[in-house]
Design a protein around this ligand. Sequence first.
Ligand code: KIV
Length: 286
Amino acid sequence: MITPKKIQKMKFEGHKIAALTAYDCPTARYADNSGLDIILVGDSASQVVMGYDSTTKIGMEEMKVFARAVINGVKNALVVVDMPFLSYQTNISDAILNCGEFIKMGAGAVKIEGANEYIISLIKRLTDSGIPVMGHLGFTPQYIKTIGGNFIQGKSLENTLNILEDAKKIQESGAFAIVLELVPDICAEYISKNLEIPVIGIGAGKNTDGQILVINDIIGKFDEFSPKFARKYSNAKTIIENAVENYVKDVKNGDFPNSAESFHLDEAEREKFENYTQKSGIKSFN
Ligand code: KIV
């Protein structure tokens, strides 16, 4: 079982950390079997599973269902649950209770976005309470309405230094790792090299301590938008559409189910049926 400490050790030993999101039990199980280090139950579920148009629309109740499903499927990877919008911003006590729900469920850590004064004190309280925390800097989708449409962060030396300063505060408050989203490669490399805790990049170039992507992007199961950094490894949309089209065709043509896909009476019972239907005049069997 991978722990936050093991993730930190991977950075010290120079091993890259491989992370993906997952939202359901079978996908999480397959992902876990395939050697992932971290599985994030991302609030990206809001768009890629629930079909909302923003991350901020998903809540605790929905995230609890996804988290439980993923935890049920994972034996080895570290399961991190993304805290949904407003589940940790209102006050520290509610935040601890909400984060604690996922830890009690079996998650290994939670992820929260930002680094303002409140968030920094919250990370400290959470880690002091035994709740491992992953930070999230660079582009922070839950702040989309206040940061506006500037997706790429750290586009100047000054911005990069600001992100590093925030990252150091997160590190000092006890977080075990940070997700760094949508930052130019050289800035992400600089930030990673100047932190002791691992930096897991997304759209942040190759020189971070690890990478994370949304699984629905890489398997081709989400096509509403496709960021350039989300390399596609399969086309699940086409696989699903082809399978369903063929199923519909087979049902309509009467080709499904065939004899091997059906249950049958034994010989004696079938004979009884045939005799009965003949006598009663009810339509007989084929
Ligand atoms: O919710 C999510 O999927 C994330 C990743 C993009 C890191 O936060």
